[in-house]
Design a binder for this molecule. Sequence first.
Ligand code: GRF
Length: 202
Amino acid sequence: MKRLGILLSGRGSNFEAIAESIAAGCLDAEIAVVISNRADAPGLERARARGLKAVLIPSKGLEREAYDRLLVAELARHEVELVCLAGYMRLLSSVFIQAFPMRIVNIHPSLLPAFPGLDAQHQALAHGVKFSGCTVHFVDEHLDAGPIIQQAVVPVEDGDTDASLSARILKEEHRIYTEALRLVLSGQWRLAGRRVIAAGAD
Ligand code: GRF
């Protein structure tokens, strides 16, 4: 069973979706540790409530690489094999990426490469796109840029606000994060250029 490490900075609903999938037997993995860089992240408390190991490592005032070394050490201590970013609001340095090459995944609330960065749902609405969605991707040293594992599309409706579009996207996030993890953990995929190809798909 693969050991997951979850990094979050806030609410933690994607973390909870992963935890639910594991509890339901839909994902053959265990959550070894949940780490937050923010003391006020509700996700930390939610992790504790599930009886999981939840660790606060405050990032404030620390230089990025020094902080990432602390994170890598904590993940190594818990023998984490795959790192799942779930609303983790910090860029990772190369120190971190090199410690977990192709073993860090992230979820982003847009159809990448459209609308990387903060407030992706607001960016999509402001741009006037008719469809948006979410993306699970491997993490490299660039922002929201690594190879795409899974995407889901949602329509943008005329009456949408940031909140209503975010809610529609979030529902799909919860679904595809598990699906993407299932593929990654199965090992039944390969990389062709930037393309993540599932075994049997060609
Ligand atoms: C999600 O929209 C995710 O795509 C983005 O940050 C948000 C985190 O939400 N990276 P939650 O903390 O998982 O509820």
